[in-house]
Each structure stands twice: as structure tokens, then as C-alpha cells.
Design a binder for this molecule. Sequence first.
Ligand code: NAD
Length: 426
Amino acid sequence: MANPFVDDAKVITEDNPFESMMQRFDEAATQLNLDPNIYKILRWPNRELTLYIPVLMDDGNYQVFTAYRVQHNFARGPAKGGLRYSPDVTLDEVRALAAWMTWKCAVVNIPFGGAKGGIICDPRQMSPSELERLTRRYTAELLDFIGPERDVPAPDMNTNEQVMAWMMDTYSMHARHTVTAAVTGKPVELGGSQGRREATGRGLLIVCNEACKKFDLEIEKTRVIIQGSGNVGGVAARLMMLEGYKVVGMADMTGALYNPAGLDVDAVLGYLKEHKTVEGYAEAEHMSNEAILEMDCDILIPAATENQINSQNADRIKCRILAEGANGPTTAEADEIIAEKEIYVIPDILANAGGVTVSYFEWVQNRMGFYWTEKEVNYRLKHIMVGGFEDVNRFCDKYKVSMRLACYMLAIDRVAYDTHLRGIYA
Ligand code: NAD
């Protein structure tokens, strides 16, 4: 039956993350019987900015970079979302990521909307001073649109604490006073939160522990494969190893490592830090980062980038639990195949919400000027992640839908309710 909410027929391309997001959004809206007027409003981002940023390069010439900031929704509070540096950034990708931030914050019930930024650049080809000038000019261009009450950026792929420190400093120079709450994911010395660096990986660990409890899996016998060895994948691998899981596979963009007896995660991460590649690492079988996804395991954690599990490979995925560390690692077309295989999915907007949750704690601490210990941060993080996990499972059982749909339904229901309460200012 045609979706009564969809008012324009569109050709859907599987690898477009925005289309993938919208397919799930439409399905959830239909299931919720969402008010068609609220539906119309939630289908669109609130604001999209495209910037062309001139940057002085080290050779004395200027280069103009294309950059985006999409602010998807403010119904529940200031927009929140990362900033990504990559040659592959597209407006549709940033749109999808911004919407996912809205749904993610709503799933774990924190008082933020959603936003995302991206700059088309190759940070590996740029010097630190070029990156600093790019970051500062991008921040300056956005001064009227960001800030603690408006939109609070954070790190994402290829951005880090240093980039956040430059953003905070640029914002503060214009405000004429230090505004730590302008961004999150800052160095701890500059108002960053204890536990923020590990938060996304720790959140993944928490929801995987809950899933193991649900299915009576013994942690010591549970084999884990993780694609991506950065802030999310690398930290998750380490924390899961420390918890007792057997991490049998790891990957980064240079390739993948597999050892059925378990990898020494610290040794792999140390090797990657030194050599910038998995090539030459001795204690494992080497394979492509596509092949590692298809190896037998109990928990698969794609924690690299979008569209890694798609209609081409979904039927070869062999895990019992799919815990999505990356944003949008599974396409909408793959959802159905994964469901037929009865793989239990912990969707991205729940599984990787640990990062934005501790970003929220950082923003709270900055505004209070009072800082928590790591123990306190981790305790509160666990409380929120377990609460989100339970809420989504309750929706799943109540509506007899997949975990994916349950996540979207829970999030959309919360944002729709708040939008309705506020009313539409016209
Ligand atoms: P990162 O830049 O720190 O690390 C990315 C990792 O993925 C690197 O190891 C890189 O080599 C690897 N990689 C990239 N393409 C790959 C490919 N095709 N195959 C295998 N490995 C590949 O980035 P990150 O912060 O870890 O983010 C990873 C994902 O998690 C992104 O989707 C991001 O949006 C999402 N995410 C990040 C956070 C956070 O707090 N950093 C929070 C929520 C979600």
C-alpha cells in the first residue's frame, strides 16, 4: 500500500544516507499515525547553510573550501551535532547526520535538537596551521547561528579536541569572554568533560552488555568484530576487551585483522598509531575491511562510516547482534535482509548515543562551572544508556516492530509531542 504520508514520488538511491533516513522516518510516521501537519514539519530541516570559505594556504595562495551546517530541529533545545572533515562530505550526508542527531537526542531523552557540519577537505593533506585557519574561518562564518543556546558543535570524523579548542577560542574572541559551552569534546584542561573521549565507545559497551543479558550470552565467550579503529571503534574495542569480550576482528581504512583466539587490542592500536596502517601486523590474518564484516561472530560493530552493510552484502552478515557504532552504517534496503536473518540490531541512534550524552554533561558542567569526576560521568552515562535501551525495547514489544523502527518511533513521538505542545508559530 502506498505510504499516505509521502507526497512526492522519488527515486531512492541506496547509498544516499538522507534517503535511508527518510525511508525509516516515513515508515515510523506511518506506524505512529503521526498528525500529517506535524509530519510535514518534521520532514524538513529547520535551516541549511552552505559556506564557501577562503583559506590562506602555507604556499601563500588561497583555496576556497565548501562547508555546510545543517540545523535539523530545535523543538527540544539547542541543536547539537558534530563537525566532519572529509573529501567525501555531501549536503545530503550532512542532512542525514543532522536528522539522526535530532532522533538520537530524543531516543536517550536529552534536551537537544539536532545539527551537523561538514567541510569538504582532506585533512591528511593539510598542515596544522591550514586546518586551524579553516576551522577558525568556518566558526566565524557561523557566529550568528551557533552558541550554547543555539547550536553546539562537537567532533566527528577527522576532527578532534584541538579543532574544538580552536572553535571555542574563535567564538570566545568574538563574544569578548570565554564561552566554554560553545562546543563540546574540548580538551579537559579547557572545560572538556572527564570521560568524553571514551563516551561513545563506553555507550556501545553498555548497550552490548544489556543485549548479552537479554540473550543470556556469556561475555567471555562472546566474539566481537569492530570495523573502524578511531574514536568510536578503537575505544569500543579496548573497553570491550577489558570487560572480557573476545575481540576477534578489527579494521581501519587500510584493511582488517582477524584472529579467532582474540586480538591484543592495545597492541593493534599501538601498531596503528606508529605505522598508520594494519599492514605488517603479525599476530593476525589479514583481509579487506569488507571481508571482515562477513566473518562469523556474536557481535558486529560497524564503527567507521555509512552504508557498510547494504543490499550487496547483508545476506552474508553472520553476527547475532549488530551494534551500530557509526552513523548510518546499514542502508534502509539492508534492514529487511537483516531482519529476515533475525539479527538483533541496536540501531545507531541508540548504540552510539553515549557521545552526545557526555557532550550534554559537558555543556551542563560548563554552564554550572562545576566539574564532575569520571566516575560520576560514567555512572550517569550508564543510567541514560540503559534507560534508552529499555525504552526502545518496550516500544519494540508494544508495537511489534524492529528495533530500528522502535528507535525512530520513540524519537519521533517525543519530538512530535514537544512540537505540538509548543505550537506552530505562524
Ligand atoms: P575517526 O575519524 O576517529 O575514526 C574513523 C575510523 O574508521 C578510522 O579508524 C578509519 O581508518 C576507519 N575507516 C574509515 N573508512 C573506513 C572503511 N571504509 N572501512 C574500514 N574502516 C574505515 O571517527 P569516529 O569519531 O570514530 O567516527 C566513526 C563513526 O562514528 C562515524 O560514523 C561518526 O559519525 C560516528 N560517531 C562518532 C561519535 C564520536 O563521538 N566521535 C559519536 C557518535 C557517532
